[in-house]
Design a protein around this ligand. Structure first.
Ligand code: S3P
Length: 443
């Protein structure tokens, strides 16, 4: 991406949003499908892959590591994998762009192979913590050869010749961390176990099973899980159908709730319960969201019909955070238009996303006349049925801040402008066109 030129964009209030739309494929599942396809022997096919920049970086990295990864003219991706432990050393650094998921999952996949690879990314990714992944993969026998200050990118990893299976108690609720350990564990003999105090999205576990690995997941404590993978499986190639991303659907959903008179249906949205914290919260706020045509295609999916209506403030408990970790900026926008206060608790992890999302969310709202308080890891938004708008929002290379601010502008008194819309393409290519097709005024 050319980060030298920024592309501002403005959202204005207009008529109701109406119609049907399908947001692109789920980002988490897309990364995982590519990686497991590259570790299976034979041809894996993926339909509905998210063709956003984050996922395309992972595809390029897998090619550089020896897998054949191709997109057909039919839109189907075909992967010819190299087998567990079969990656070869890449000729140059692997560039993951803006993607924390790509780089962290790939640390795990590379850690179990006897190769050396350099990982890098853009200015946002270079600021993000990688130690949380390096600690367990070092225990499994991988070695960090070079790193920037504080264990950050650019970073060179020497994978393990004989990876050691471990039992790892995760110190942070992170699906990326869990997934990295499980992917490294594929190449280790015996059982690799991850214990998480709070259950995080389980797409890696589901996808590993889909590719023929043995994975057992049991409840652990009040909200946690204990996940055990049996190492050195023969991964079988698979066909993967990627459902629509609930984290992307979140933007048109909230827009339809806030713009008076709106009636929008989002098709085939994944409703895995470890991803639906936002929908639960919006319903508690009084949102009209109907689940239509529920079905199960490896993941639960439904068409979501959303109609505009009044919202009220609620308290969002900390234990809900893992199931809506990417949705707090857009929830904060919904809260700004709700009657009363919304308190969102336990948001420490938001500080280490594509930006410090706690601060960026507060700044986005304050720039548009909304009262926000941050108290430690909690954020409280004081809602009002009218929001002034009229502000310019700094997006800090963060796609979700960019899309949240634009949704705010569709319902506020005055337009909302963002400094840069370029990063929206990391997760939601076609966002502007999709929103316009529903009637949004973005220019
Ligand atoms: C993701 C996990 C989450 C989330 C990210 C995608 C994944 O990150 O924020 O967008 O696909 O595993 P953490 O694992 O850091 O919470």
């Amino acid at each position: 991406m050319d980060t030298a030129v920024s592309t501002p964009l403005t959202a204005r209030r207009g008529g109701p949003l109406q119609g049907r739309a399908r947001v692109p494929g789920d980002k988490s599942i897309s990364h995982r499908a590519l990686i497991l396809g590259a570790l299976a022997v034979g041809q894996t096919t993926i339909s509905g892959l998210l063709e956003g920049e984050d996922v395309l970086h992972t595809a390029d990295a897998l090619r550089a590591l020896g897998a054949k990864v191709e997109r057909g003219n039919d839109g189907i991706w075909r992967i010819h994998g190299v087998g567990v432990g079969g990656f070869t050393s890449p000729a140059g650094p692997l560039d993951f762009g803006n993607s924390g998921t790509g780089v962290r999952l790939m640390f795990g996949a590379v850690a179990g192979c006897p190769i050396r690879a350099t990982f890098d990314g853009d200015a946002s990714l270079r600021k993000r913590p990688m130690r949380r992944i390096l600690d367990p993969v070092e225990k499994m026998g991988a070695r960090v050869v070079e790193q920037a200050e504080g264990g950050r990118l650019p970073l060179t990893l020497q994978g393990a010749r004989d990876p050691i299976p471990i039992t790892y108690e995760s110190p942070v609720p992170s699906a990326q961390l869990k997934s990295a350990v499980l992917l490294a564990g594929l190449a280790a003999p015996g059982e690799t176990t991850v214990i998480e105090a709070e259950a995080t999205r389980d797409h890696t576990e589901r996808m590993l099973k889909h590719f023929g690995a043995k994975v057992v997941s049991k409840p652990h404590g009040e909200h946690g899980r204990r996940i055990t993978l049996t190492g050195q499986p023969e991964l079988e190639p698979a066909n993967v159908v990627v459902p629509a991303d609930p984290s992307s659907a979140a933007f048109p959903i909230v827009a339809a709730l806030l713009v008076p008179g709106s009636d929008v249906t989002l098709e085939a949205v994944m409703t895995n319960p470890l991803r639906t914290g936002l929908l639960t919260t919006l319903k508690e706020m009084g949102a009209n969201i109907e689940y239509l045509n529920k079905r199960d295609e490896g993941e639960e999916i439904a068409d979501l019909r959303v109609t505009a209506g009044a919202l009220k403030g609620v308290e969002v408990p900390p234990e809900r955070a893992p199931s809506m970790i990417d949705e707090y900026p857009i929830l904060a926008v919904a809260a700004a238009f709700a009657q009363g206060q919304t308190r969102m608790r336990g948001l420490k992890e938001l500080r280490v996303k594509e930006s410090d999302r706690l601060e960026a969310t507060a700044a986005m709202l304050r720039a548009n006349g909304v009262t926000v308080d941050i108290d430690g890891d909690d954020i409280t938004v004081t809602g009002n049925t009218t929001v002034a708008g009229g502000g310019e929002v700094k997006t800090h290379m963060d796609h979700r801040i960019a899309m949240s601010a634009l949704v705010m502008g569709l319902a506020s008194e005055q337009p909302v402008r963002i400094d840069d819309s370029a990063f929206i393409a990391t997760s939601f290519p076609g966002f502007v066109e999709l929103m316009r097709s529903l009637g949004a005024d973005l220019s």
